[in-house]
Design a protein around this ligand. Structure first.
Ligand SMILES: O=C(CO)[C@@H](O)[C@H](O)[C@H](O)[C@H](O)COP(=O)(O)O
Ligand SMILES: [Zn+2]
Length: 203
């Protein structure tokens, strides 16, 4: 029998709520550690590079904007670059080399040791994201992955990997942007509210 529109809404909301509950209950410590890790990178003068495809490209841009502009408190701008935004770079690399290379070359051009690359994918199988993570590791950047499903190939490429254990791409994405927002909140906390807590990690 065909589902009603009401049932589609109710089922989607119920599944998303259950996933959030499961994921954040079992990953709270890892998310707190990730927030600290990103705060330490920024406090030491590093920057955050972000990449992903489709909805994850939007998430990369969304999160870069939170760092550069502000999140919930007024504070100095923080350095973050989404590698998904420059259409000249993306089309030149995609056209001359391959779409798999669109992020790698930017990591090599812009990344410095001590920076962090945050790769976002729901499948863990996006070749351009995984190539960027491999190049970041090679260049001594920290590598962080937000993945879904079974994590794909990202596990072997990331210092920190958070896997949203579900098969639905949009539900995974909704959890991933919440993780990103929590990291922004934690960065504000460590850099501007609880500076003494950060101090031991800077020595
Ligand atoms: O937003 C969505 C689906 O919700 C799509 O645009 C989705 O992001 C695209 O199909 C991506 O190419 C999927 O890439 P990935 O998550 O597997 O790395
Ligand atoms: Zn989407």
């Amino acid at each position: 029998m065909t589902q009603s529109a009401h049932d589609i809404v109710a089922d989607y909301a119920r599944e998303g709520l259950a996933l959030r509950e499961r994921f954040f209950t079992s990953n709270a410590e890892a998310i707190a550690a990730l927030g600290l890790n990103i705060a330490v990178c920024l406090a030491k003068g590093g920057k955050i590079l972000l990449c992903g495809n489709g909805g994850s490209a939007a998430d990369a841009q969304h999160l870069a904007a939170e760092f550069v502009n502000r999140f919930q408190i007024e504070r100095p701008p923080l350095p973050a670059i989404a590698l998904t935004t420059d259409s000249s770079i993306l089309t030149a690399i995609g056209n001359d080399s391959s779409f798999d290379e669109v992020f790698v070359k930017q990591v090599k051009a812009l990344g410095r040791p001590g920076d962090v690359l945050l790769g976002i994918s729901t499948s863990g199988k996006s070749a351009n994201v995984n190539a960027a993570l491999a190049a970041a590791r090679e260049g001594q950047l920290g590598t962080v992955g937000l993945a879904g499903k079974d994590g794909g190939a990202m596990a072997d490429l990331c210092d920190t990997l958070l896997v949203v254990d579900h098969d639905s791409t949009p539900l995974i994405q909704e959890v991933q942007i919440a993780v990103g927002h929590m990291v922004c909140r934690l960065v504000d906390y460590y850099l501007f509210e609880a500076v003494v807590e950060l101090q031991p990690y800077l020595e």
